[in-house]
Design a protein around this ligand. Structure first.
Ligand SMILES: [Zn+2]
Length: 323
């Protein structure tokens, strides 16, 4: 079977690709009913300087998943007790969608594009947050994609009129990530639960294929903005390192996703990680580097605006929000 746009529109737009209020997506890619849904979020923008570089975090809204997705390899009671002890809802995991924009000289680098309008009713706010920040989407020069899950790439095209949301941008993505999702044999080679993800990835990435560069580890987007390999959440997941004025900021993507679990329990395996053991090794490596070198971090799913640092604590780590 080929993933033509026609097949996608004809066969899958209503379900299971599209999630509406009252549904959540499990790590396995299945839509499940969710008792409580959150109200649509307000557009938000948060900016600060890293040396001469301006960092702007824009909200794409938020989404909710069952808390069970935080740790597939841990008994329910243990996970629930840990979450409650750390001030979290033990049943539902609310995730922010924090999208980083980096202004450096003439370059305006966007890291991921948000979920668009077809994934969660509470997501798809990025265009409004651009307006809130007073920034024109046409001014984006580069889009660096951490990975091709729906909440990161389904915002590449506007489904209403099929236009590109960032028409003047060059795109960059890890070559391993591109190869995994764009594989013409995806359906035959991968579990059914991932098929709707692949349809959406192929539709969105396919629309910008000619302007997309597939990159390897340590690839400079512009001087001082480097894509680094942080695999495991997906096979070709990458993060973006920004260096200026002697300071370093790491835009994590989904290498660390929860303010307590990802830091204090790096070996717990979220069901949203496609390669759980590789993801855990990546987490430990990143956390060690972040704590040792005092890296500033931005987490896509950490509580808004997702800016903070990691501190060593009790043989693991702790998240310290910037403010
Ligand atoms: Zn994500």
């Amino acid at each position: 079977m080929s993933f033509s746009r026609r097949a996608f529109l004809g066969g899958g737009l209503a379900a299971p690709v599209t999630l509406r209020a009252g549904q959540v997506l499990t790590g396995a890619g299945l839509a499940l009913p969710l008792a409580a849904t959150r109200a649509r979020a307000e557009p938000k923008a948060h900016s600060f300087q890293l040396g001469e570089t301006e960092i702007i975090v824009l909200s794409d809204g938020g989404l909710s998943l069952p808390a069970s997705t935080l740790a597939a390899n841990v008994p329910d009671a243990e996970r629930a007790a840990f979450l409650e002890a750390n001030g979290h809802d033990p049943v539902t995991r609310a995730s922010a969608l924090n999208i980083t924009l980096i202004r450096r000289g003439d370059a305006l680098v966007l890291v991921d594009t948000g979920a668009g309008m077809n994934f969660f009713e509470t997501a798809g706010q990025l265009a409004d947050s651009f307006k809130e920040a007073g920034i024109d989407r046409e001014a984006v020069t580069h889009v660096a994609l951490t990975h091709a899950h729906p909440d990161h790439v389904w915002g590449i095209i506007d489904d209403f009129d099929e236009s590109e949301r960032f028409p003047n941008a060059a795109y960059l993505i890890g070559s391993a990530e591109w190869d995994f999702w764009m594989d013409p044999g995806f359906v035959a080679n991968n579990p059914e639960a991932l098929h709707s993800f692949a349809l959406g990835a192929q539709r969105n990435l396919g629309a910008v294929a000619e302007k997309t560069e597939r990159v390897g580890a340590d690839h400079a987007v512009v001087p001082g903005v480097t894509m680094i390999a942080t695999p495991g959440h997906t096979p070709g997941h990458m993060s973006v390192l920004v260096e200026d004025g002697g300071e370093q900021l790491l835009v994590l993507g989904d290498a660390l996703t929860h303010p307590s679990v990802s830091f204090a329990k790096p070996d717990w395996q979220p069901s949203t990680d496609q390669q759980p053991e590789i993801a855990a090794a990546t987490r430990r490596q990143l956390l060690d580097r972040a704590a040792t070198d005092g890296l500033m971090l931005i987490g896509y799913h950490l509580p808004w605006p997702g800016v903070g640092r990691a501190e060593a604590k009790d043989g693991a780590w702790r998240y310290v929000p910037a403010s």
